[in-house]
Ligand binder design. Structure first.
Ligand SMILES: [Zn+2]
Length: 64
């Protein structure tokens, strides 16, 4: 069965809202009041940023 990659791309990119920067993504989460439940990640498909649900409670690391 094909389409696995397409589906993964849709789920991690196509179905999501895009943000120009990590700051924009985090701002959107903040406005929605869900900043503790969301993490921003840079998309490998479109090169922009999306928000994902944080499940393990790991704090984001790295930038900032
Ligand atoms: Zn994307």
């Amino acid at each position: 069965m094909k389409g696995g990659a397409e589906e993964a791309r849709y789920r991690s990119c196509g179905s999501k809202r895009r943000y120009r920067s990590q700051g924009d993504a985090l701002d959107a989460a903040l406005l929605a009041g869900v900043e503790r439940e969301r993490a921003a990640y840079r998309c490998r498909y479109c090169g922009q940023w999306h928000l994902t649900t944080r499940e393990r409670g790991d704090p984001p690391r790295g930038s900032r």
